[in-house]
Design a binder for this molecule. Structure first.
Ligand code: SF4
Length: 336
């Protein structure tokens, strides 16, 4: 999952003065640039072996205490920046991670409501909560939609139960079907991520993933990503030690992409952006297109490990949860 703002143009360095001294002027610099908020939750209840983003295991009580910190940071940041927005409204809000859907129902809904009070959020604002199947209950989905969320992005990666479990994903295929049905019933736009290139994955398995989600779920879109093997990640270590076969070779990956493209077209999905497909125009993938596009955007980060940019200047927040906590409790924007 993500930590904020890959972008395509290198950001300018963060000024070496405190946030309140540079950020108000920076955010007012380009009054035509879209505005977006990124909120990072660096916790997961379980680690997926292909993941380079995993940081902290969930602990009892983590949700309420992390939401309290986010809440303080939102209040402080809104006080510094919002008076300088002019007439701009928020185009997109993205809760990424980690696993934001591991937060407790009432903790995330109070953060959603607070954002709607503190920032110029409108009915047009795309508000996404990222999550995964296990633990994303119908109750959470309903409550978060009531609090303002209108899009759920779920890291499914593969629907093959055996392959999922080898990759560290716990939910079986029936659970995927039931959870996606509950999320779609909430009224939100629901999209999923699929990955191709896993060890032992075949083009036929990927085509079957697409048949399954197209025929047996009501999802509105999906993003298709190629597996990246980061050095030192559990999957790379397991392959090097012979505990897993090699990841799919480039020619097999090309066959997978061809199979997936054919299946998506067969089921009426439209490729509206290189990695994004949809079968309902309510799916806009606005945050991803803003964050990864080349046009100016002000992307304000919140939460431990979040990244963003303001007035073209990069900004990264403390990744270590203790450093992040100490800054927030002192009333300081936790810039690393
Ligand atoms: S849920 Fe997402 S962030 Fe967490 S370990 Fe799995 S892939 Fe990584």
């Amino acid at each position: 999952m993500q930590s904020g703002h890959p972008g395509t143009t290198p950001p300018l360095p963060t000024p070496a003065v405190p946030f309140p001294e540079w950020a108000p002027e920076a955010i007012a610099q380009n009054p035509d640039a879209p505005l977006a908020l990124y909120l990072h939750t660096p916790y997961c209840s379980h680690r997926c072996i292909f993941c380079p983003f995993y940081v902290n295991p969930t602990q009892p009580g983590f949700s309420a205490s992390y939401a309290d910190l986010l809440s303080r940071e939102i209040d402080g940041t809104a006080g510094i920046l919002a008076p300088h927005f002019g007439k701009r409204e928020i185009s997109a809000v993205f809760f990424g991670g980690g696993t934001p859907s591991d937060l407790d129902r009432d903790d995330l809904s109070r953060i959603l409501r607070q954002l709607c009070i503190q920032f110029p959020i409108t009915p047009e604002t795309e508000i996404t909560v990222e999550g995964r199947i296990r633990g994303f209950t119908a109750d959470k989905a309903r409550e978060w939609v009531a609090a303002g969320a209108n899009r759920f992005s779920i890291g499914v990666q593969t629907t093959d139960t055996k392959l999922r479990r080898r990759m560290g994903r716990l939910a079986a295929r029936d659970e995927i079907r039931d959870t996606l049905a509950a999320l779609c019933a909430s009224g939100a736009v629901v999209i999923i991520d699929l990955i191709y290139g896993f060890p032992e994955q075949t083009p036929e398995m990927l085509a079957e993933d697409i048949r399954f989600v197209a025929e047996e779920t009501q999802i509105h879109g999906l993003d298709l990503y190629e597996l990246r093997e980061f050095p030192g990640s559990p999957i790379s270590t397991a392959i090097a030690a012979g505990r897993l076969p090699q990841a799919a070779a480039p020619d097999i990956r090309a066959q997978m992409l061809t199979a997936a493209t054919g299946a998506l077209q067969h089921y009426g999905f439209d490729q509206f952006h290189p990695r994004h497909w949809r079968r309902d125009t309510r799916e806009r993938s606005l945050y991803n297109r803003l964050a990864r596009g080349g046009s100016p955007v002000d992307l304000v980060p919140f939460g431990a490990g979040a990244g963003g940019r303001i007035g073209g200047r990069g900004i990264a927040l403390h990744r270590d949860i203790l450093d992040y906590t100490a800054s927030v409790l002192r009333g300081i924007k936790p810039v690393a």
